[in-house]
Design a protein around this ligand. Sequence first.
Ligand code: GH3
Ligand code: MG
Ligand code: MG
Length: 213
Amino acid sequence: MDQEKLEKSLDGIRQLLSHLHGEVTVLEGTYSQLLLVLNQVQGVADLDDLTGLLRRRSFFRKWQALLDECQKVNENCGVLIIDIDHFKKVNDTHGHPTGDEVIKKVAALLKQYESPGCFPCRLGGEEFAVAVRGTDAEILGLAEFIRRGAERMHGPVIGPDGKPSSQVEWKCTLSVGMASVRKASFDPSRLLKAADDALYQAKGKGRNQVAAA
Ligand code: GH3
Ligand code: MG
Ligand code: MG
């Protein structure tokens, strides 16, 4: 191959490479955008629409990580199950939109205590869970703060026109079941079952109270 032909071939290769570089850059951009959208979708799917709290599945993922960490460093960890008392009556008396409002306000109360070692979720309906790293006394102290916080809550009933009433107010109370790894184990399902049994006790003893497993 003479020099001229060689130069031509090299030019061709350079042009091809430059073209390919452009294509790869475009592909990289599209890939990054796709990843961004995927993360956004994942983030939305992790959260409950009404309250913005974690859903059960994403909560369990995060909670398992916290339990693993606590087990590794030999620290106590527990869970609270929180259930709105006689919530069916709130719906029946004031209507579903007011019920939704109460659920949102309870969620907002739980969010106030959020930190890396304490995070809430909406288990479903009018039931919530909070994973807490700390001693039993600290976990029970938090439960009592939450219970008392709900006692102070109130808000206007939403009328049939969707507007808040200026005369009628809703109130609510919470029952709380607590379990920690000391009594149960580092297994999230067993912990939740123990907390649920404690919640059942709190309901049986008259509601608006905290019971420990
Ligand atoms: P208890 O004190 O024993 O917990 O009684 P309760 O009435 O709170 O419990 P029950 O399980 O009988 O009723 C729960 C009600 O919660 C029934 C259901 O219609 C209502 N509910 C579940 N999810 C929602 C929701 O997203 N919004 C509203 N407004 N109501 C809901
Ligand atoms: Mg209830
Ligand atoms: Mg319930």
